[in-house]
Design a protein around this ligand. Sequence first.
Ligand code: NAP
Ligand code: HSE
Length: 439
Amino acid sequence: MAAPLRIALAGLGTVGGGVIRLIETNAALITRRAGRPIEIVAVSARDRSKDRGVDLSHYAWEDDMTAMAARDDVDAVVELVGGADGPALTLARNAIQHGKSLVTANKAMIAHHGLELAELTEKAKVALKFEAAVAGGVPVIKGLREGAAANNIDRLYGILNGTCNFILSSMEDTGRDFADVLSEAQAKGYAEADPSFDVEGTDAAHKLAILSAIAFGTRIDFASVDTQGITRIQAADIAQADALGYVIRLIGVAEVDEEGGQRRLFQRVHPHLVPFDHPLAHVDGATNAVVAEGNFAGRLLFQGAGAGDGPTASAVVADLIDIARGDLGGEAGAPFSIQVAEMETMAPAPSGHRLGRAYIRFMVADRPGVLAEITAAMRDAGVSIESLIQKGRHEEGGNVMVAMVTHEGPEARVSEALRLLEGSPALAEPPLVMQLLGD
Ligand code: NAP
Ligand code: HSE
């Protein structure tokens, strides 16, 4: 039997605890598949005295997790602490510079510093693996880097945040309110340490930026992901969408937009209306799903549990098995499928010319002339309305909801209509716009 792959584990929370349980429970199977055992040597977290439901007495404890990077008895470091910068990034840089392979579930760090870390791994000839950073237990990074490696991919889209999907589908099924369902998602271990990263769309944007880089061979550009979360969605929007034949899902879309021979990168994370007959409409709970369109493979759908201890640990340990087998991700390590120097820089694509249908919800003062003002703005901007509904009066002089769906047209026209309405005393709050997901 070959010598074990010796690992150090930083972070013993939801995912770290799951990794220990998985390595201990499936030890014999992992050894057979990897060709050698995976052995935990050292662990680290903030609070040594915390009961984590796992026995840590066989492992060395490091108060300072960065010290793990320099241990001679460690081959690979697993970072499960979180945060784009701070201790996680310091550990990652140190581990690679000390010649250790790095496995992480940290999408924030990869979205912000992935290229720098990839360049370090290219020099150090070690692995940088982050399957668990995107879509939890779903092997979408492996699928794109390996399974679809021969394809040209120009578009991908999907549900990339388990917490938001859990919230939206639970609100839809049970009519419970947002805050109540968010607390349940936190209790199940789905949410980020700061759940605003989930509900404001940032976490999905991190993941989308990583997938774009792998699928299109572009340099990661998290800053240009147009991001809108789910915090403004009300039960009334979900009911209205349902009446129209749609569910609401937070969807990430990335596309290479070619105009005049110039390739530009379109990246957006927004809540969308998804038709009942679309495969993504049936993705419920903390499940994630990613659709990628390959020019030879056709449409590929990757789907499964997107968050939680077991699925995420499964992806982390799969990366460790690859490393134990000697697969560092290419001859000199290419975590994004191609070497960093060969990745293309694409300018962000504008969205105004994109054709689509939109759901627009207004909260308006219930008085004569308000509807006429809204429809006049639509007319003046060239937006054609397919359907419009005003939802019942709450109280004399109170606000009411007006929801409309537009015919297909350029997004710039809807933006222009909303610009014309800006500052109107008829609007009680800024309108909410959600695109309808096409094919
Ligand atoms: P978590 O439950 O909050 O665990 C974080 C762990 O890191 C804890 O053990 C904590 O120590 C330790 N830690 C935090 N700050 C530290 C510091 N300054 N020094 C030392 N240790 C520190 O988080 P998680 O849900 O496991 O997530 C970990 C990573 O996986 C994040 O990058 C997250 O985005 C990613 N991820 C999570 C999921 C999921 O479903 N939860 C899925 C995919 C990816 P104490 O326990 O002592 O406080
Ligand atoms: N907070 C993340 C989510 C964890 O809810 O999807 C998985 O990346």
